[in-house]
Design a protein around this ligand. Structure first.
Ligand code: NAD
Length: 490
């Protein structure tokens, strides 16, 4: 189902975005800027400062100074925690405006952008609480030794983030990096710099000391690259494509940096014949079409047991056709506009490839009535063989491949038969199979008979080409701190 797109342009949009370095908004040293488009018209609506090595050098110097000379790393966890809670309060109190801007800049449906803004606040709250409640190991060897762990912030953390749910993903790195006493340089994605530009004001209002947070906008191969290669940045937390992660890994190697890599995915949803089919269909529709399908944990391959395959495909295709495509700012919209014309072209090219690889049962390109903008109809291919490119490669749009299986062994081989291993979804009412199958899947996270809902204490991250290292709960604290062992002889 589609609606004619309507236009909503937020009031008071900035015309330009600067860097934020050492507590001040600044342009690039060479004055360079880049165009930012909005995805409904693909018009350029603002200029963002295009950071290069000189700008990154300035930002790192400010962050380094705040780390070495400023109060932040030396404050009590409770004191830092209070400021982080104030940040969360401010984000929450501005959630509607944040969602409006995020939706305008990225094309995400407004209701979903609102949910992401609230998640951003929650990320700050969670790590604010965790650093206060945190306990570290102590070991006593009776009569001989006491040993304890002394955690220390590491220094300047380089945070490099993608364009899907930008504000929320930035908070997922900023929260723990700051809570543990590091200072940061954030390099947000060049497609979507708008919401990141709001952090500076929020942090100033919350009382974060100057120089602790620094922002450099710019292209990945310029600003991002300079951050990765800066000798005074011992940590890089990166979220983005697997191929970019590989490049960053190589570029950081000479400096032996700490790396956290949250990369791409091609996650399976496995539906057994004994599953609650209504729940499985609802969840697998949401799993791939929410956030425009621009979601790292999207269940973009659905494996269905043969006994219910035909029924599943028919019902799934019908439901996919009812997903409401529309203006991102319209609260009825379920799939908005893809982020950028380059990405739109990539997704549409995969749909054309899919037409030669599988049976198209819903969507298939631009929805009727949407002549412009990066709109793609929710697209479903059935009977997709595992050799197909649309089965193997991350599309990162509202496109799903459905494949039948006959046995549990075959389902497992199909689930694991890709280079990625981020998430998996399993639908079955057989208790033993549910656990055994879930544990055998090569994925960092498995959701069993459930929607993709996260508990922030659990590990988040992928295996194989989907990432390196885990964040979430203590895993984030571990990444952003050194654990020094102190041994005392009794
Ligand atoms: P991308 O790899 O193109 O860019 C991500 C960031 O890296 C951007 O800020 C970009 O400017 C920067 N960058 C690019 N080249 C760089 C370089 N040479 N050196 C340093 N920085 C560089 O990814 P994208 O297209 O923005 O995001 C989509 C991808 O992110 C998908 O693959 C998706 O699965 C993945 N993702 C993963 C997770 C996760 O948690 N695993 C979450 C969200 C998105």
């Amino acid at each position: 189902m589609t609606d004619q797109p309507t236009r909503h342009v937020p009031a008071d949009l900035p015309g330009r975005i600067q860097h934020y370095i050492g507590g001040a908004f600044v342009d690039s040293a060479d004055g360079a800027t880049f165009d930012v488009l909005e995805p409904v018209t693909n018009d350029v609506y603002l200029q963002a400062a295009a950071g290069k090595k000189a700008d990154v050098d300035r930002a790192v110097a400010a962050a380094r100074d705040a780390f070495v000379n400023g109060p932040w790393p030396r404050m009590l966890p409770r004191e830092r925690s209070r400021i982080l809670h104030r940040i969360a309060d401010l984000v929450e109190s501005r959630d509607a405006r944040l969602a409006e801007l995020e939706s305008f800049d990225s094309g995400l449906p407004i209701t979903q952008a609102l949910g992401q803004a609230r998640r951003a606040a929650e990320n700050f709250r969670f790590f604010a609480d965790l650093v206060v409640a945190q306990s570290d190991d102590t070991f006593k060897v009776p009569g001989r030794q006491i040993n304890y762990v002394n955690r220390k912030p590491i220094g300047v953390a380089g945070l490099i983030t993608p364009w899907n749910t930008p504000f929320m993903l930035e908070s997922w790195k900023l929260g723990p990096a700051l809570a543990t006493g590091n200072t940061v340089v954030l390099k947000p994605a060049e497609f979507t710099p708008l919401s990141a530009s709001l952090w500076a004001g929020i942090f100033e209002e919350a009382g974060l000391p100057e120089g602790v947070f620094n922002l450099v906008n710019g292209l990945g191969e310029e600003a991002g690259d300079a951050l990765v290669k800066h000798p005074d940045v011992p940590l890089i937390s990166f979220t983005g494509e697997s191929s970019t992660g590989q490049l960053i890994f190589a570029n950081a190697a000479p400096y032996l940096k700490g790396l956290s890599m949250e990369l791409g995915g091609k996650s399976p949803a496995v539906v057994f014949a004994d599953a609650d089919l209504d729940a499985a269909i609802d969840a697998t529709i949401f799993g791939v079409f929410s956030l425009n399908g621009e979601r790292c944990t999207a269940g973009s391959r659905i494996l269905v047991e043969r006994a219910v395959y035909d029924e599943f495909v028919e019902r799934y295709a019908e439901q996919a056709k009812r997903v409401v495509v529309g203006d991102p700012q319209d609260p009825r919209t379920e799939v908005g506009a893809l982020v950028h014309p380059e990405h739109y072209d990539k997704v549409v090219s995969y749909i054309e490839i899919g037409k030669t690889e599988g049976r198209l049962v819903a969507g298939g390109g631009r929805p009727e009535g949407f002549e412009t903008g990066n709109y793609v109809a929710p697209t479903v291919f059935a009977d997709v063989p595992s050799s197909a490119r649309i089965f193997q490669e991350e599309i990162f749009g509202p496109v799903v491949a459905i494949t039948p299986f006959d046995t549990e062994e075959e389902a497992l081989a199909l689930a694991n038969g890709v280079r990625y291993g981020l998430a998996a979804y399993v639908w079955t009412n057989d208790l033993r199979r549910a656990h055994n199958f879930s544990q055998a899947i090569e994925a960092g996270m498995v959701w069993l008979n459930s929607n993709n809902v996260r508990d922030l204490r659990t590990p988040f991250g992928g295996v194989k080409a989907s990432g390196l290292g885990h964040e979430g709960g203590y895993r984030s604290i571990d990444f952003y701190t050194d654990q020094q062992a102190v041994h005392i002889t009794l």
